[in-house]
Ligand binder design. Structure first.
Ligand code: NAD
Length: 484
């Protein structure tokens, strides 16, 4: 079915101001299946104006926390009702198996919206003991106020879930938003905005402008009425956003990439570690920011573990993810296909041992075979740069100290996994690994109430939980003079 998508501004669908459109292409057969409005700076301006009006005396600005909570709960129910539809939208757009978003992304989004209903009630101010004012006692308290209009810029890999991470928290805080979905995946954000309207959110609170990053994304970053940019995507785009936002003093949250280590000690449960490492490499074709793509394995285990991982890679059935029995679809876009193959070639050129997969040359569709490299070093490009595809690199280590050093020898610091049955070792390593999140005997656990975000090149700030909602507020101090 041909899709003909438009922006969603102030509760209504709208074409781009100049009528321009962008193509939507299936990664399975490279066929065009529709198009979406190609947004302009003018479209962004209209959407921001609508969002701003809701904050400045609009219906939204007059709702109390309990009413916002009720709307969030209604939206959660509607997203849950449309689980299959939303999962199919995200899956079809990037060639992912629909079972993954059905089981993971959509339930996670629903949980976030429900948790956010609770956060609305917890965004409290404080009373602060002070020394008074020029000899007169005072009462000082703080208020938590919404930061303002947020520009939410989202990538294509888990579009609904990442959009909702931002949306749930900013709505809990009382902000309004203009969402810019990735150019490949505008469907679920647009449906979410329609569901918000059905839930009873006032028009203008949630707006969606589709289009390209260097036009729509850039216009959001430059817009004087946008107070905060919440971005998830590549470090390159994150840098560009920082450069625009810095002189304008905009608040910025950046969720960027990773090169996350999975540390497998020789005391680990072999089978559990194997399953967890395979999952951390192959879910969503490896297009996951927390992908555990650096597999550090204690030397005595390194060879059999790499062989078993290679076997697991070979056992994955790659093809059209809508067909029964297929476990892995194509990567999301042509640029991604070329990028992943470039890294696979580079791994071989640098001397890593290719145990499974390799450079892919399908006749049609952007399919990449799950690929495992062994006997690699942490200095190789495939161990240092984010590939964002189903490619794992096994690197041997000798001691716990060396494992920690290797794990931390990265420009990224998003997530890490420790596989061990020794309790003390688990806590020792978790404490010393430089990452925003560490899983012990479980790869990348996500929960609406857990903060998510990274160190170093992996980004700035956290999403999730109450701290994630607080990040969409400003704390204002009120001081009242109390003369006798
Ligand atoms: P990308 O940075 O090119 O695109 C992400 C979004 O930013 C898109 O909506 C795009 O249109 C927009 N954009 C691009 N350039 C922009 C600019 N100059 N100004 C404003 N907006 C701009 O990322 P990608 O390559 O499409 O996505 C993959 C990357 O995202 C990977 O590096 C991955 O690790 C990262 N990612 C991180 C997380 C996380 O939670 N940390 C989650 C998903 C993806």
């Amino acid at each position: 079915m041909t899709q003909n998508l438009k922006h969603f501004i102030e509760g209504a669908h709208a074409e781009a101001s100049d009528g321009a459109r962008m193509r939507l292409v299936s990664p399975v057969d490279e066929q065009e299946y529709g198009s979406a409005a190609r947004g302009t700076a003018e479209d962004v301006d209209r959407a921001v104006a609508a969002a701003h009006a809701q904050l400045e005396g609009g219906t939204w600005s007059r709702l109390h926390a309990g009413q916002r909570a009720q709307l969030l709960l209604r939206l959660a129910d509607l997203v849950e009702r449309d689980t299959a539809l939303l999962a199919d939208m995200d899956a079809n757009a990037i060639g992912r198996s629909p079972m993954e978003p059905r089981m993971m992304d959509v339930p996670n989004a629903v949980a976030n919206l429900r948790a956010a209903a609770g956060w609305t009630q917890q965004l409290e101010g404080r009373t602060v003991p002070t020394g008074g004012y020029m000899g007169t006692p005072t009462l000082s308290y703080t208020l938590r106020e919404p930061v303002g209009v947020v520009g939410a810029i989202v990538p294509w890999n888990s579009p609904l879930m990442i959009t909702v991470w931002k949306l749930a928290a900013l709505l809990a805080a009382g902000c309004t938003v203009v969402i810019k979905p990735a150019e490949e995946t505008p469907q679920s954000a647009l449906h979410l905005a329609r569901l918000a309207q059905e839930a009873g959110f006032p028009d203008g609170v949630i707006n969606v402008v589709t289009g390209f990053g260097d036009v729509v994304g850039r216009a959001l970053c430059e817009h004087p009425l946008v107070a905060k940019i919440s971005f998830t995507g590549s470090p390159e785009a994150g840098r560009a956003i920082q450069r625009i936002a810095a002189p304008l003093f905009k608040r910025v949250t950046l969720e960027l990439g990773g090169k996350s280590p999975q540390i497998v000690f020789d005391d680990a449960s072999f089978d559990d570690a194997l399953r967890g490492c395979a999952m951390g490499l192959f879910v969503n074709q490896g297009q996951v920011c927390a992908a555990g793509s650096r597999i550090l394995v204690q030397r005595s285990l390194a060879k059999p573990f790499a062989q078993a991982l290679a076997e697991a890679a070979r056992a994955v059935t790659v093809g059209d993810p809508r067909q029964a029995g297929v476990q892995m679809g194509p990567v999301a876009k042509k640029a991604q296909f070329e990028r992943v193959n470039r890294y696979i070639q580079l791994g071989q050129d640098e001397g890593a041992v290719l145990l499974a997969g390799g450079v892919s040359r399908p006749e049609k569709g952007w399919f990449v075979q799950p690929t495992i490299f062994a006997e690699a070093t942490n200095q190789m490009t495939i161990a240092r740069e984010e590939i964002f595809g189903p490619v794992g690199t096994v690197i041997p280590f000798d001691t716990e100290e060396e494992a920690i050093a290797l794990a931390n020898d990265s420009s990224y610091g998003l997530a890490a996994t420790v596989w061990t049955t020794q309790l003390a070792r688990a806590h020792r390593v978790a404490a010393r690994v430089k990452a925003g999140a560490v899983g012990v005997n479980c790869w990348s656990p996500l929960d609406a109430n857990l903060p998510w975000g990274g160190l170093k090149t992996s980004g700035i700030g956290r999403e999730g939980g109450l701290p994630g909602a607080l990040a969409y507020t400003e704390e204002k101090v009120v001081t009242v003079l109390l003369p006798a």
